[in-house]
Design a protein around this ligand. Structure first.
Ligand code: DC
Length: 235
């Protein structure tokens, strides 16, 4: 008989699980997390997009992203419903489709001071955790395995060397974010802020499996993670 939460027994599969995919930008987290969700028939939660939506709401309100007192009322009026289908990632803000806007340069700049604010992280905590615990879920971010779902069934910390990350990000943004050197400098700046902030800094969970994607294809990374998941009864 198939039972839930029976990790490791051949032939049994979990009906609910959380796979946390954490790591810095440009490591291929989104591509890998979406593909995992497809292969497992799971939902996909992009938590970076939630920080970006908050940043866009703050910019639209015309207040400074660095000013917590000005950001607080924006949070109070905000309602977010993240999309979970890995193939239909449409993000709405007050009914507007802002899927492209949240990837633009102004939001990418504003999201760093926004995501460093404890009030923003607290506000997003329950939404992320509640969504993550909704069933079969792959959740991508920076602090999923350490803070949001510390009991996640599988935690992956995805890394890649800096030159490779800059090259990939440059390709993704089609040059709009500057040349490869500029993209590399921006990644370094964001990594430093993300990993040294006081609240929920970017760091691997003690029990995370580290995967270095520098010289692996997406398929190879996905295959490794699926193998680790299978050992835990996730298939
Ligand atoms: O993954 P991304 O580039 O879309 O993330 C946008 C920003 O949000 C990035 O600067 C780091 C931050 N972030 C975070 O602090 N915690 C998360 N769980 C996800 C993203």
């Amino acid at each position: 008989m198939t039972t839930t939460h029976s990790a490791g027994h051949p032939g049994t599969a979990r009906t609910r699980f959380v796979i946390a995919i954490d790591g810095p930008s440009g490591t291929g987290k989104s591509t890998v997390a979406k593909e995992l969700a497809r292969r497992l028939g799971a939902g996909y939660l992009d938590t970076g997009a939630l920080y970006r939506l908050v940043a866009l709401a703050v910019l639209r309100a015309g207040v400074a992203p660095e000013d917590p007192a000005a950001v607080a009322p924006v949070l109070a009026g905000l309602e977010l419903r993240p999309p979970l289908d890995p193939d239909a990632q449409q993000h709405l803000l007050s009914g507007d489709d802002v899927t492209a806007d949240i990837r633009g340069v102004p939001v990418t700049q504003a999201v760093t001071p926004i995501s460093a604010q404890p009030q923003v992280r607290t506000w997003l905590h329950d939404l992320q955790r509640g969504t993550a615990l909704g069933g079969r879920m792959v959740v991508e971010g920076r602090d999923i395995g350490t803070v949001i779902v510390p009991e996640a069934d599988l935690k992956i910390f995805l890394t890649a060397d800096e030159a490779e990350r800059a090259r990939r990000r440059h390709g993704e943004t089609s040059g709009a974010a500057g040349d490869v050197a500029e993209v590399g400098a921006d990644l370094r700046r964001r990594d430093l802020v993300d990993s040294t902030r006081a609240t929920a800094p970017l760091r691997p969970a003690d029990d995370a499996e580290h995967v270095d994607s520098s010289s692996l294809t997406v398929e190879e990374v996905v295959a490794r993670i699926l193998a680790a998941a299978g050992k835990r009864g996730i298939r």
